[in-house]
Design a binder for this molecule. Structure first.
Ligand SMILES: [Zn+2]
Length: 317
């Protein structure tokens, strides 16, 4: 499109939107100029996946007067989508926003090689979100724990957001499989733990185990990047039964074996990360529809798409 034509289209769109008080003219202009189409598509997909992953806890979406995008939680908390800061990989873990958390696409399915040490999809967590959904502080999380009884013992897991149901469904499928598969049984039993109110080793950040949303399966000395070399981790990864990983992923768990900083015995309930990969990880999606790939036959998903399009009405593209 010619520059002048584009400018006219932009100005007329801005004028139309401002008539309806959708957004302040200056802010919209800033967003339009600074964000490419692909960034806006990605932002909408990120937000849709977070809304689908935590349906009871996110009640609204707002674009503030200064152009910030917030998810509005049931408690009234607001969570910022993009803080606009440029960050090192370590800063993305210590001071993340929702965009940082959603950015790396988790690779679903079988892998043969350890990931690059800087690629850790799902290792970035937003604690405001976790506290809202699973409980703030040890006592509150403990009140939300369910006991899941299995053939190999019982497991404490958070019932909120269907996390314990998802683990139960994993175990219902994995345990019968372990009866005839010694390699699967050796990974399943004895479990190394679920709920444990503690920090991640060597950091002051809470572990996902503190929220009761992670399980460590049977321990092997080559499972963790801080205990073993990449070569040892690689060997362990290659021998890990792919069925275990597939069953967990199907139920919205990510696997620490797919982190460059590998944690092979660790599985964590993170529906937003799995959904982003499941619905939008496919490069063949139609680029003209930002939501192509999402389960649009579902009425709730349709209502989220409508909400997102209302808030970010970028018809310019
Ligand atoms: Zn763990």
């Amino acid at each position: 499109m010619e520059k002048t034509v584009l400018r006219v289209v932009l100005i007329s769109c801005i004028a139309t939107l401002s008539l309806f008080n959708i957004v302040d003219i200056q802010n919209l202009r800033t967003l339009v100029v600074s964000d490419k189409k692909e960034n806006i598509v990605k932002m909408k997909q990120h937000i849709l996946c977070i809304m689908m992953a935590y349906p009871e806890y996110i009640i609204d979406l707002k674009l503030s007067e200064n152009g910030n995008i917030y998810l509005i939680m049931k408690s009234g908390r607001k969570i910022l989508y993009d803080d606009g800061k440029s960050k090192s990989p370590e800063e993305k873990i210590s001071d993340p926003d929702l965009e940082d958390m959603m950015e790396p696409i988790y690779p679903l399915g079988k892998i043969d090689k350890l990931m690059d040490s800087s690629f850790n999809p799902g290792r970035i967590r937003i604690y405001t979100l976790l506290k809202e959904v699973y409980g703030e502080g040890k006592k509150e999380v403990e009140k939300n724990l369910d006991n899941i009884n299995t053939y190999y013992g019982h497991l404490q897991f958070n019932r909120n957001n269907n996390a314990s149901l998802a683990l139960k469904s994993v175990m219902d499928e994995l345990i019968p499989l372990a009866q005839s598969r010694a390699d699967i049984k050796a990974c399943l039993a004895p479990y190394s733990g679920t709920f444990n109110y503690r920090n991640i080793s060597g950091t002051d950040r809470l572990s996902p185990h503190a929220f009761g949303i992670a399980i460590d399966l049977a321990y092997n000395e080559n499972d963790y990047w801080q205990w073993s070399s990449r070569k040892q981790g690689q060997e362990r990864l290659k021998s890990y039964p792919k069925e275990i990983v597939e069953i967990f992923e199907k139920n919205n768990f990510i696997w620490g074996g797919k982190w460059g900083h590998f944690d092979i015995l660790h599985f964590e309930y993170r529906p937003e990360i799995i959904m982003m990969s499941r619905f939008f990880g496919n490069k063949n999606n139609n680029p003209d529809f930002w939501y192509d790939g999402a389960p649009i036959e579902n009425d709730q998903v349709k209502s989220y798409i409508k909400k997102i399009d209302e808030v970010f009405d970028f018809k310019i593209f």
